[in-house]
Ligand binder design. Structure first.
Ligand code: 28F
Length: 645
């Protein structure tokens, strides 16, 4: 056949049994992509990049790759390049197809023999780069190895031809270019910051590995990460808004019984605990045995040390609990496990029992040594923990007193709570309403069968800067905690006692309202994070505008909706637009219809998508340091359209 200059016809490719199996495998991925990458929205799209990068990180873990470069192209295609050994380009001895094709088309080929790499087999991670291939309209692998440049192209996972040498090179490494398939993904635009923050995390977790990202869609937009300090640098990054109690984080790097353990922690003068944990570089948001091991070793070693610094009589009856030793602590726990077993509905909790003991042993020894070598720091930590314990005891007594007091006054529920009649938590909702006037309207506009109202007067305490005893001493917070029913603090928080399966924050759409909203979110994030994880917490979305024209009366929740309604109405006479400054401007009926009735209202669920970022933002906005807050406001002020003055 005359060779067609325009398109290189694919050479005849004799399909073997294994090919059919491979195509069936990739077909399965294309049929139900969410089963493999979780979703086909922005999260799933970005997960493609992490799958490819994980293979390069694996090559770095094996000690052969020192650099990974990621590029976002103008067409939102991604290329990832590493300087590892390069995927072998021979014909695989047992599979009878090229090794490159094997890695790119076989599910769970995993890029390496699993017994010698820390591939994560559970959860969304480790489905293998073959899924990326199946979900890409085009994917090109280029391998530099044995002096040759080898390339193979795939379309929606199917090889277009056997791979072939296209030139010579003196480099080593693997490059994967892929264009996500617009037939699969609802979102096709990559977010630079999302990718950058995960790449930064990987650079912290793999000390010394250089990872770069460049965005060809925006000239000069690029980041480069390399942290010889590893997780210790991670602590300094997360804590840079906080005042440290000690100069350098405690950094533990140990291979305990064949399990690499890397831990860093540092105390600051605040009261909140920020603990992040990883298994094979995957963020275990719900902790697990590695975290339990770290916590028990830390508690034990500090209690041991306390005997040296706290006089017997002062120590009487005050034992330092896990909560006390973690006040003001920022820590990162990272372990590498061959066969990680994940638990929990989100697969973000490590279940391997043996890891608890491994981490506990590694940490206890190292902390005890550290305290021996740094008595001044040990003393500072013990004193801080002891004061936390004393404050906790005081808070416990305050709670007991309050409980006794409210018991004496009859009924454990706060007077200000307008409770609902239903006793079935799963259908009940609690509205936390800013101000008594809106509270009044909400009480009148609610469905009293399943909607409870708790008016909050003015600003609640900024818990970012407060210790537990002050938190519980705050009237607004203790009222809210009593209404919610779960109790507070590690010792007594019990999600089974939750009285409402929806907690809805309803504040004015002005500066004060958003301040109260942020204070409430800080409180829930710091002290009732499980409610956020369980998807219980929501933000009410009151309307911003009311548009009247004759008999027409419509509500708009943002400028776009307002303009759309105005366009629909056209240029009739007598159009009346009201911009709501606060909930109090609506009568109960309006508030009910626009913001409270399930049939009409819009609720925004609060999620802890990226705990590191969230932690940063809360610390910066609510913490002690003024400078970072000023900088943040300066940098983001342009986002504020209509500043209420
Ligand atoms: C941009 C994405 O995928 N890098 C990779 C390697 C290196 C080896 C390898 C990969 C098939 C089953 C062995 C090289 N030399 N970057 C990447 N780098 N896969 S993926 O081997 C896969 C073979 O197991 C490699 C010696 N051993 C392994």
């Amino acid at each position: 056949m005359e060779e067609n200059k325009a398109v290189q016809e694919p050479k005849e490719h004799t399909y073997q049994a294994s090919d059919i199996k491979v195509l069936e495998g990739l077909e399965a991925v294309r049929k139900r992509p969410a089963m493999y990458i979780g979703s086909t929205d922005a999260r799933g799209l970005h997960h493609l990049v992490y799958e490819v990068v994980d293979n390069s990180v694996d090559e770095a873990l094996a000690g052969h790759c020192t650099r990974i470069d990621v590029v976002i192209s103008t067409s939102n295609a991604i290329s990832v390049q590493d300087n590892g050994r390069g995927i072998p380009t021979d014909i695989h001895p047992t599979e009878g197809i090229g090794t490159v094709e094997l890695v790119m088309t076989k599910l769970h080929a995993g890029g390496k023999f699993n017994h010698d790499s820390y591939k994560v087999s559970a959860g969304l991670h480790g489905v293998g780069v073959s899924c990326v291939n199946a979900l890409s309209s085009e994917l090109i692998v280029t391998v530099s190895r044995d002096g040759k440049l080898f390339e193979q192209t795939f379309r929606r996972g199917a090889p277009q031809a056997p791979g072939r040498n296209i030139g010579d090179t003196d480099k080593l490494g693997t490059k994967v270019f892929f264009q996500p398939d617009n037939e699969i993904f609802s979102e096709l635009i990559f977010n630079f910051d999302t990718l950058s923050s995960r790449l930064r995390e990987l650079a912290f977790l793999n000390k010394g590995l250089t990872i770069t990202i460049r965005d060809e869609r925006e000239e000069g937009k690029a980041h480069e990460f390399c942290f010889p300090g590893g997780v210790s640098a991670f602590i300094e990054y997360m804590d840079h808004h906080k005042k440290p109690l000690m100069e350098k984080p405690v950094h533990i790097i140990k291979e305990q019984d064949g399990t690499p353990v890397e831990i860093a922690f540092r105390y600051n003068d605040g009261y909140t605990e920020s603990l992040f944990s990883f298994v094979n570089n995957v963020n275990t948001v719900d902790g697990g045995t590695h975290v339990v091991g770290f916590k028990s070793a830390l508690t034990r070693s500090i209690n041991n040390k306390a005997k040296d610094f706290i006089p017997k009589n002062k120590k009487e009856g005050i034992d330092l609990t896990g909560e006390d030793v973690r006040e003001g602590l920022t820590a990162v726990v990272s372990v590498k496990v061959y066969d990680p077993q994940f638990e929990g509905q989100t697969k973000h909790k490590l279940g391997n029992h043996e890891v608890k003991g491994i981490v506990e042993t590694a940490v206890f020894d190292m902390i005890t040594n550290f305290f021996e070598e740094n008595p001044a720091i040990a003393r500072k930590i013990v004193e801080k923990v002891y004061n936390a314990a004393v404050a906790r005891e005081a808070a416990r007594k305050a709670r007991q007193l309050a409980r006794r007091k409210s018991a004496l006054e009859g009924g454990g529920l706060p007077g200000k709570l307008a409770d609902c009649s239903s006793r079935n938590p799963s259908e009940c909702e609690l509205y936390l309403v800013e101000g008594d006037s809106a509270g009044g309207s909400a009480k009148q506009g609610r469905d009293r069968r399943f909607q409870a109202i708790l008016p909050l007067k003015g600003k609640i305490l900024n818990v970012e800067k407060a210790r537990m005893d002050k938190i519980l001493g705050n009237e607004e917070i203790s009222t809210m905690v009593q209404a919610i029913g779960t109790g507070l603090g590690e010792e007594s928080f019990n999600v089974d006692k939750l009285r409402y399966h929806k907690i809805i924050i309803m504040t004015d759409a002005d500066v004060d309202g958003s301040h109260i909203q942020t204070l409430l979110l800080t409180f829930f994030c710091r002290h009732m994070k499980e409610l956020i994880d369980q998807g219980v917490l929501y933000l009410a979305q009151p309307p911003l505008y009311k548009i009247k024209a004759g008999k027409i009366e419509k509500y708009a929740f943002n400028e776009q909706e307002r303009d759309k309604i105005l366009a629909e109405i056209g240029d009739k006479k007598g159009i009346y637009i009201q911009r709501y400054k606060g909930l109090g401007e609506m009568n109960p009926e309006q508030l009910s219809v626009t913001t409270m009735q399930p049939a009409h209202r819009v609720l925004k669920r609060v999620t802890m998508e990226d705990v590191v970022e969230a932690d940063q933002i809360f610390t910066m906005l609510m913490g002690e340091e003024v400078e970072p807050r000023r900088k943040f406001i300066e940098e983001n002020a342009y986002l504020v359209k209509e500043l209420d003055v």
